[in-house]
Design a protein around this ligand. Sequence first.
Ligand code: NAP
Length: 243
Amino acid sequence: MKTVIITGASRGIGAQTAKLFAKNGYAVIINYNNSKDAAEKLKQNIVSEGFVAEIFAADVSDYGECKKLADFVICKYKRIDALVNNAGVSVIKPLYETEIADLNKIMGVNFNGVFNMCKAVSPYMVSAKRGKIVNVSSVWGEKGSSCETVYCASKAAVIGFTKALAKELGTSNVNVNCIAPGFIDTQMNAALTNSIKNDIINETPLMRMGTADDVANCILFLAESASDFLTGQVIKVDGGWQI
Ligand code: NAP
């Protein structure tokens, strides 16, 4: 059975991606850090529909925990077909209020997390001579956004890392791509006022917020054989907001 590890899958984009992969025949490893109850509920939901899922706690900013996660999947399923690096945190503050602790937290999860999981998983993909890695960046990783300097830098780092790793792993038949979501309706945007949300919707050619499903569909495409000749790409899933 094909397996996928999805980091930060307890809610939002990650949770929707977990449901979609399960329906498409993958055993889904739902990674979470704090939200055990939500991860467990998602797993029960998937299993009750006759699909395969399990949860695994790991803080992606800690390499040792990522290694345990990868080793667990290999030990139990003998293969890792796809890795979705989705876990992310955001802090919205001007630079003068941004603390070193904020810098370490955001880079630790959003960039080091991608590095850690790729380092832990890619040796198995290389030896299997097949694998798909999908990293979740953001449109802000290319464009930049005021009061999100570190978040934008972390997402830009993910884009650079994706392109470099695609070159490194291509000869081993491992594809490494990146998606850059725009404005997606998840808890990450819960604090935005309706007026800000409406402004963004009005700037978006498709005239709506994205859904976690919109993003999950693109992630699944990048994990499947339909995208076998795509690597090192950054695909915006933003309704045309940042073209
Ligand atoms: P979300 O609803 O806030 O979910 C974030 C997920 O990340 C949670 O499941 C959380 O799990 C997990 N997480 C946080 N720190 C972690 C850690 N140290 N280790 C493992 N998991 C961790 O966010 P979302 O909107 O679904 O975002 C998912 C990804 O899309 C992020 O990388 C985000 O930057 C990116 N993105 C989102 C948008 C948007 O508009 N929503 C736009 C562009 C990019 P726990 O609660 O268990 O810690």
